[in-house]
Design a protein around this ligand. Structure first.
Ligand SMILES: Nc1ncnc2c1ncn2[C@@H]1O[C@H](COP(=O)(O)OP(=O)(O)O)[C@@H](O)[C@H]1O
Ligand SMILES: O=C(OP(=O)(O)O)[C@H](O)COP(=O)(O)O
Length: 394
């Protein structure tokens, strides 16, 4: 058992909490704040128990540079609205500077501040000990609450625990409890659905998933690397060229293990990455060389829905298409509807997948909406997540 914030006394202490506020954004506006709401019970508990609270998170992938389109300013504002109190925020390009240090020093019990996007520093993803120490120096206790980033061994998710006692927040506790019970001895047939755009991250996960699931459904941006491995034309669709060979091996591995692997049979293609671009819907062996796959086609949606109907447990991470654009949202919607209609245990994971399910008004029809996509998949693989490993045992 891991220690939680209930097991320690935070009264009058400086507490630094790592959250996953990496929320979907469009033109500087938050389009889904599930991840912010998910952290509120922990934040409120800490403030009510008189901690002086320093929050930190990443947003997107600014690659170690202070790119302002990835600022956490909108998150500070949304948090202030929910907490009904000021969330102090200074947009420092170095995350921590003299002014930020002073803000942290002067923070009183019951007050809260948010640091700027920790990925403005390249040392974050490098898990650089000096940066971890710099973050740790602001506080006396570390609270891990970033389930969505718990599969990353970064300075703010793992390294920091070398310098501070580490406990978990309520979200981590809830996610681990739920996912543990759903996937350790799953009701079968057990179906995993994978899509989205983080292809390079998620293809390697499939190797271990094959030994756990009965059926694997692959859609979204993931599909084209598999198509490529099958020798199909994929036009200008997103491709993870480094993993094409692996994709081929995985298809073979699934076949040998008796795991059904379903790929889309038809594709909605577009001439450009735009909602109003010219589109054609074609069978997968007819993709035009100058177009890109933007959504699964209707035959695929039906095929996937049928498979979902037979499942007893379904875990889904990654949209089936570019659902943010209405013309390419249909496949994701159909899959979400099939999950909503099923009696199976349904677990949806990931910032964008959760946003899609919210957008379709189907969130309350799912058994569990996890704040982690990659994290829930790695959990499902049976891996110990580095961000959880660092939390002290009871
Ligand atoms: N065919 C596709 N081409 C490009 N992007 C896609 C495609 N299908 C889905 N996506 C994009 O994938 C993104 C979500 O991917 P990912 O981050 O892996 O999911 P999650 O946040 O749920 O873990 C969405 O923004 C969506 O537009
Ligand atoms: O959005 C996230 O992951 P997800 O898309 O797998 O749900 C997390 O915030 C982790 O982000 P990262 O994949 O850039 O490390």
């Amino acid at each position: 058992m891991k220690k939680t914030i209930r097991d320690i006394d935070v009264k009058g202490k400086k507490v630094i909490a790592r959250c996953d506020f990496n929320v979907p954004m469009q033109e500087g506006r938050i389009t889904d704040d599930t991840r912010i709401r998910a952290a509120l019970p922990t934040i409120e508990y800490l403030l009510e128990h008189d901690a002086a609270l320093i929050l930190m998170s990443h947003m997107g992938r600014p690659k170690g540079e202070p790119k302002m389109e990835f600022t956490l300013a909108p998150v500070a504002e949304r948090l202030s609205e929910y907490l009904k109190k000021e969330v102090k925020f200074k947009s420092s390009p170095t995350v921590v500077d003299d002014e930020v240090k002073k803000m942290a020093e002067e923070l009183k019990p019951g007050e809260v501040m948010l640091l700027e996007n920790v990925r403005f520093r390249k040392e974050e993803t490098e898990n650089d000990p000096a940066f971890a120490k710099e973050l740790a120096s602001l506080a006396e206790v570390f609270v891990q609450e970033a389930f969505g980033t718990a599969h990353r061994a970064h300075a703010s998710t793992a390294g920091i625990a070398d310098y501070l006692p580490a406990v978990s927040g309520f979200l981590i506790e809830k996610e681990v409890k739920f996912l543990g019970s759903a996937v350790e001895d799953p009701k079968r047939p057990f179906v995993a659905i994978m899509g989205g755009a983080k292809v390079g991250d998620k293809i390697p996960v499939i190797r271990n998933l094959i030994s756990r699931v009965d059926t694997l459904i692959i859609g979204g941006g993931m599909a084209y690397t598999f198509y490529k491995a099958m020798g199909l034309e994929i036009g200008t669709s997103i491709l993870d060229a480094d993993n094409t060979k692996l994709a081929g091996e995985l298809m073979k591995q699934a076949e040998e293990a008796g795991v059904k692997m379903l790929l889309p049979v038809d594709v909605v293609c577009a001439a450009a990455f735009e909602n109003d671009a010219e589109t054609v819907t074609v069978d997968r062996d007819k993709m035009p060389a100058d177009m890109m796959g933007m959504d699964i086609g209707p035959k695929s949606a039906e095929l996937f829905a049928e498979e979902i109907g037979k499942a007893a447990t379904v875990v889904w991470n990654g949209p089936m298409g570019v659902f943010e654009m209405p013309n390419f949202a249909e496949g994701t919607k159909k899959v979400a509807e099939a999950l909503a209609a099923s009696d199976a245990i349904t677990v949806i994971g990931g910032g964008d997948s959760a946003a899609a399910v919210e957008q379709f008004g189907l969130a309350d029809k799912m058994t569990h909406i996890s704040t982690g996509g990659g994290a829930s998949l790695e959990f499902l693989e049976g891996k110990t997540l580095p961000g959880i490993a660092v939390i002290q045992d009871k």
